[in-house]
Design a protein around this ligand. Structure first.
Ligand SMILES: [Zn+2]
Length: 232
C-alpha cells in the first residue's frame, strides 16, 4: 500500500481529471493493489471518497466510506436515481474551495463489481448517495464545479478548514427541497473531505442504505459537517 499523490485542478496532470476513465476488465492483483492505495490515500487526506483518476489512473474504480457504509466499486453504473437535493461539496482535487447548491439525486441504485469481479448492487440515500455520485462523476471527467454556476464556488478562507477542504459553518440556511428532511441537504457535503472514522463494516454490508440525518451528531464529524441543520 502506498499513499499516492492526488491530482488537482490547475496541476500538471489535470487532464486526467477531465478524461473519461476506461472500464476495467481484469480483476487482478494489480487492481487490488490500486484499490488498497485508494483506501490509504483517501484516509490519509482525509476524505470520504476517492476515484482512481484523482491519483492519475484513468480507470473506473472508486472507494468511499461514510459512517458504516463502505464500498470499493469497479465499473459502477447508476441504474436508478430518484429525487433531487442541493448540497455543498468539496473535492480533494479542488483544494481550498467548496461549491454550494450542487444538485444530486436523493437516492440511487448502483450496479458495480467489487475488486475481485463479483457483481454487487447497492442502494444509497442522502449523504452516502451524494458521495457516490460525486465519485462516479470523476470517472466521467466531471467535477462538481461543472454542475453549478461559478458564483456558487467559494474559497474556504479559514486555514484549518481549507486544509481539510471542509466547508465553513456559514451555510445556506433554508433550502426546501422536495420535502426532504433539512439535515439531508443543508449539511455540508464535503464529499471526500470529511473526517473519516474507521468502521468495522465489512464490504458485504455495502448494500445497506444510509441513514444520514440521525447519525450526524458525532463531534468528530464537525469540521466537515458543522452546518445549518442536522444537529439537535
Ligand atoms: Zn472529487
Amino acid at each position: 500500500m502506498a499513499i499516492r499523490k492526488i491530482l488537482t485542478v490547475g496541476g500538471p496532470r489535470e487532464k486526467i481529471l477531465r478524461t473519461r476513465a476506461k472500464k476495467i476488465s481484469r480483476f487482478d492483483a494489480h487492481l487490488q493493489r490500486l484499490v488498497e492505495d485508494l483506501w490509504e490515500t483517501m484516509r490519509a487526506a482525509p476524505g470520504v471518497g476517492l476515484a482512481a483518476p484523482q491519483i492519475g489512473e484513468s480507470i473506473r474504480v472508486l472507494v468511499a466510506e461514510y459512517e458504516d457504509e463502505h464500498a470499493a466499486l469497479v465499473n459502477p453504473e447508476i441504474l436508478k436515481a430518484e429525487g433531487e437535493v442541493l448540497g455543498t461539496e468539496g473535492c480533494l482535487s479542488i483544494p481550498g474551495y467548496v461549491g454550494d447548491h450542487v444538485a444530486r439525486a436523493a437516492s440511487i441504485v448502483v450496479k458495480a463489481r467489487d475488486p475481485h469481479g463479483k457483481e454487487i448492487r447497492l442502494r444509497a440515500e442522502g449523504w452516502w448517495a451524494r458521495i457516490l455520485q460525486h465519485e462516479i462523476d470523476h470517472l466521467d471527467g466531471i467535477l462538481y464545479t461543472d454542475r453549478i454556476s461559478p458564483a456558487d464556488v467559494r474559497e474556504v478562507t479559514d486555514d484549518d478548514t481549507a486544509e481539510e477542504g471542509a466547508p465553513p459553518s456559514r451555510m445556506p440556511q433554508s433550502h426546501t427541497m422536495n420535502g426532504h428532511a433539512p439535515a439531508a441537504h443543508t449539511v455540508a457535503i464535503a464529499a471526500e473531505t470529511a473526517e473519516v472514522k474507521t468502521t468495522e463494516t465489512k464490504t458485504a454490508k455495502t448494500a445497506e442504505t444510509a441513514d444520514p440525518p440521525a447519525r450526524q451528531t458525532t463531534p468528530e464529524h464537525q469540521p466537515a459537517m458543522d452546518t445549518a441543520g442536522g444537529r439537535e
